[in-house]
Design a protein around this ligand. Sequence first.
Ligand code: DO4
Ligand code: MG
Length: 295
Amino acid sequence: MRIFRYRDHSRTYLGALTEDGTAYRLEEPDLMTLVGNARKAGSSTAEYVGGLLPSRPLLESPPETLDLATPLEAPEVWAAGVTYQRSREARNYEATAGRQDADTFYDKVYDAERPELFMKSTAARTVGPGEFVCIRSDSSWQVPEAELGLVLDRSGAIVGYTAGNDMSCRDIEGENPLYLPQAKIWKRSCAIGPFVRLAETVKDPYALAIACRIYRGGEKVVDETANTGQLKRRLEELVGFLKRDNELYDGTVLLTGTCLVPPNQFTLASGDRIEIEIEGIGTLINTAIYTHELD
Ligand code: DO4
Ligand code: MG
């Protein structure tokens, strides 16, 4: 069972997509309300939503043809870093001018007990499917990072999974790790969606294929694939560190790190179409433009 949101005549609606591809409009305002109602009824969210569907209107068109929004308004998006060997290699490359033999803090964090976790985005900076993501005007080495996103409640329980894009500036981060917030956070530097697959309907979150495709002028210029099976850490481990002495809000999203890095010579250009696909969860599509091109 997957949950999504879409706009229609200046209203935003919640929708549910069943395993057989049938979509329904829901009356509830948001995902976390469904989760709360299901708990009160003593059932899983998927069972609870399944029970609602016979009385809810069927959507004639497939969700992909609707004006999709973020699947939830995540108050905060956090992100984990260097959780895959591929990310460790890429971070070392940008920080050491290509010398792969250096023992960097990226090597250390990959093996350390404490993971790298950072604040990635707020609701106002996070965009949904079909919206523009932005590239910075002061970076000449920018990439999308395709990541599995965990949707959490305030206790840190994983209520669902979504696709996320942790837009990143490799040159700014490579110049000095203290620049990380500038390499990671700016206007529209994060995208999530289009679906949240309810956690209880995902058989194995460590066996999901992830793909990142980038098209320029209609031509595919990046085509990378990986699998969440390559994740170095357990999901509960990442959430456990995020919760420590911290306050989580219902609907917080934790991006779990990237396993896909475009070739080193690649940088995003205005007009690039980015597709991030996670098996069983969905495909997040955004076009990159400079912030000054927005209006
Ligand atoms: O160390 C910087 C962040 C790395 C990151 O965002 C990732 O591995 O996905
Ligand atoms: Mg990342």
